[in-house]
Design a protein around this ligand. Sequence first.
Ligand SMILES: N=CN[C@@H](CCC(=O)O)C(=O)O
Ligand SMILES: [Zn+2]
Length: 411
Amino acid sequence: MKLLLTNIKELLQVRDTAPSMLRGSEMKELPTLKDAWLLVEDDLIVDFGKMTDLNTTSVDKTIDCTGKIVLPSWCDSHTHLVYAGNREQEFVDRINGLSYQEIAEKGGGIVNSAKKLQESSEETLYQQSAKRLEEVMLLGTGAIEIKSGYGLTTEAEMKMLRVAKKLGENYPIQIKTTFLGAHAFPTDYKNNKEGYMDLLCNEMLPKIAKNKLADYVDIFCEEGYFSVADTHRLLSEAKQYNLIPKIHVNQFTALGGIAAGVEHNALSVDHLEVLTDDDIEALKGSNTMPVALPSCSYFLSIPYTPGRKIIDAGLPLALATDYNPGSTPSGNMNFVVATACIKMRLTPEEAINAATINGAYAMGLSDTHGSITKGKKANVIITKEIPSYGYLPYAFGSNLIDSVLLNGQEL
Ligand SMILES: N=CN[C@@H](CCC(=O)O)C(=O)O
Ligand SMILES: [Zn+2]
């Protein structure tokens, strides 16, 4: 099946050879082609160029993109999309004055979601999650990472990961899975934290690895959750199963977890709303991608990750949604890109790079996703008629997507 997109007003993120990631000032550059065409064969991008150079090829279908911009689909490298029910009541509790931490201390938060998930059948969990996945695909997400972490028992963690894997089999979107059993201490282990660490290391990790349920391992390194010592222990244990770390760190406090992540060659360190100069130094010279989650800051009214400072220090930055029931009940990458520009002072070029090429890196998908490059997956967003790509973050509340191609198929 050959599909030709013609008269594209501007084709974004055009790279003959795509870099695996973009750092610092490299993020300011967004290569584009104006008045362009793009040829897709089956699930791959096979060629592109300027309309003036188009030799008519015989194709099965042509899509006229007059006035429209085409860009690679968003790469959302941090989500908790598989969850049961919602936490709307906690949202109201926060409006009425309770903090996110106070709600967690009263038995709400992650353990509240774990209770709902443990009580849900695998089928119900799949149906609820599939609905969310379908929504974000139509919002332009073409590759996504999904974490466990609302199970907190071996069986429930495995149930979450099986659901995430099944979604990847049934939908034309690349899904990477992450084992986040170390998301919170379950109520039964409140006074036996070492016991839960033992369960994670001696039972959950080996079973999850044996069943090939996860690509990555994660831990919530935070005051009141898992310590830096716990982080070292889990990440060291995970190495024997080839589970690469992607960690939750520096959301509320800087404990030294970023340096720990870098020491264990984490693929990414995520959140970073609180970031010290030592943290920035620890990231320099590493291959670890800092990931900002601006929708979480928006929803919880906590500081935004200092993205400007990170990029100005010469570091890379990726943007992701953090889609989850507690801190970010939204999987909309368009909002993430806009909020990064509005609140973190990223330029549109930096934000688009962070949400495509750098997001792909943070999922180990640099070779196949994140740019318009021959041989990469034909995953693209076709916008409505808009004046320029800067209009995407500028008109932040509008749905500017006309249509989406995933693996070369129109959704
Ligand atoms: N901070 C840790 N985990 C999630 C939120 C978990 C929840 O509140 O359910 C996050 O990344 O924001
Ligand atoms: Zn998260």
